[in-house]
Design a protein around this ligand. Structure first.
Ligand SMILES: *[C@@H]1O[C@H](CO)[C@@H](O)[C@H](O)[C@H]1NC(C)=O
Length: 304
C-alpha cells in the first residue's frame, strides 16, 4: 500500500515536471496519469494475433490543483511518432482516457496527453504505450513460428543472383524502439562496406553477391520496459531466420521447365484421348457395319 503511495507520488512529480517544462504559466496545476500501459496484440509477427491476449489497458490523465480534480473542458492524446490525434473519453471520475482495447503493436509509442483546464491553458504530460518487438509481415510475405526455438520466426528463402544486391527484410514494430542485430550462420554480421542496414524500412542489403554470402541469416530485435509501473525493466526479443541462396542467373529455368513438362504431358494426354475416342468410334462403326451386313443377310436366308 505504501509502495503504491510512493508510485503515485512519483507519477505526480513526473507530471509536475512536464507541466513546468511545457506550460510554465499554469504551474499551479498538476497533471497526473497512469504513465504507461503495455500492448499485448500479437505474439511474434503482425498477422499472428494472439487470440487469448488480454485486452490492453488504457492511459489516463487528469489535471489537479491541490486536491481539486478539474473536469477537463477538452482533452486529447497525440501519438508523437506520427502526430495522430485521439479524442479522449472523459470519465465520470473527471479523468481523460485513451482506451486501447485489442490494439495491435502498431499502436505502441509515446503519447502526449493534452487537457484544457478552466483558465483555458492546456496542460500536457507524456505517457507510454509499450510493446515487445514483433515482425511486421503481410499477405505476400508469410512467416511461420519456429517450433524448435522460442521467440523465433522463419521467413521464406531469399534467392539472389551473383553480382547483384541481395535484400533481406527485417521489419520490426515495437516501443521502445527495438535494437536490431544481425547474424550470419550464428556469427555476428558486421554492418559495413557492401553490407548496409536501412533501419527505417528494415532491409539488410548486401552488394556484389558472391557464393560466400549464401547462408542462414538471422536478425534479433530487442527492447526493454517495465511491465508494471514500479517494476523492473524486462527484456523482450524476437528473432527472424531467413536463408539466402545464391544462384547463377538461371534460377528462373526450373519453374519454366516445370511448366513446359506440364504442357507436354497435357498435349500427350489430349492426343492419346483423341486417338482413343477415334479408335472406339471406329470399333463402333465396324460393329454397326457388320450388324447391317448381318441384317441384310437375314431376309436372304429366310427367303430360301
Ligand atoms: C510485405 O513485406 C515485405 C517484407 O517487409 C515487403 O518487402 C513487401 O513490400 C510487403 N508487401 C506489401 C504488399 O506490403
Amino acid at each position: 500500500m505504501q509502495k503504491r503511495g510512493i508510485t503515485v507520488l512519483a507519477v505526480a512529480v513526473l507530471f509536475a515536471l512536464y507541466v513546468q517544462n511545457e506550460a510554465v504559466s499554469s504551474s499551479r496545476y498538476i497533471a497526473m496519469g497512469n504513465l504507461q500501459t503495455v500492448i499485448h496484440g500479437e505474439t511474434l509477427f503482425s498477422t499472428d494475433i494472439d487470440e487469448d491476449r488480454p485486452t490492453t489497458g488504457f492511459l489516463w490523465c487528469q489535471v489537479r490543483e491541490g486536491t481539486i480534480h478539474y473536469r477537463p473542458t477538452w482533452a486529447r492524446f497525440v501519438r508523437i511518432r506520427d502526430q495522430k490525434q485521439f479524442v479522449a473519453d472523459i470519465g465520470n471520475d473527471n479523468k481523460a482516457y485513451l482506451h486501447f482495447g485489442k490494439s495491435k503493436a502498431e499502436a505502441s509509442g509515446k503519447y502526449r496527453c493534452e487537457v484544457k483546464v478552466p483558465d483555458n491553458s492546456i496542460i500536457t504530460g507524456n505517457m507510454f504505450a509499450y510493446s515487445h518487438p514483433i515482425v511486421k509481415n503481410n499477405d505476400s510475405w508469410s512467416l511461420k513460428k519456429d517450433d524448435t526455438e522460442p521467440s523465433t520466426v522463419v521467413g521464406p528463402t531469399v534467392y539472389t543472383a551473383l553480382d547483384t544486391t541481395a535484400r533481406i527484410p527485417c521489419p520490426i514494430i515495437g516501443y521502445p524502439e527495438p535494437n536490431i542485430l544481425w547474424y550470419k550462420d550464428n556469427i555476428p554480421l558486421e554492418i559495413e562496406g557492401r553490407v548496409t542496414f536501412d533501419k527505417v524500412n528494415g532491409v539488410l542489403s548486401i552488394g556484389e553477391i558472391t557464393e560466400q554470402d549464401a547462408g542462414n541469416y538471422r536478425c534479433e530485435a530487442t527492447n526493454q520496459f517495465p511491465v508494471q509501473i514500479d517494476g523492473p525493466e524486462q527484456e523482450f526479443i524476437v528473432k527472424l531466420k531467413q536463408e539466402l541462396k545464391v544462384g547463377d542467373n538461371y534460377g528462373w529455368m526450373l519453374p519454366l521447365a516445370i511448366i513446359l513438362i506440364i504442357l507436354i504431358l497435357l498435349f500427350i494426354i489430349i492426343f492419346t484421348c483423341q486417338r482413343c475416342a477415334k479408335y472406339k468410334a471406329d470399333q463402333y462403326n465396324v460393329a454397326e457395319r457388320e450388324r447391317a451386313l448381318h441384317n441384310d443377310q437375314v431376309p436372304l436366308k429366310n427367303s430360301v
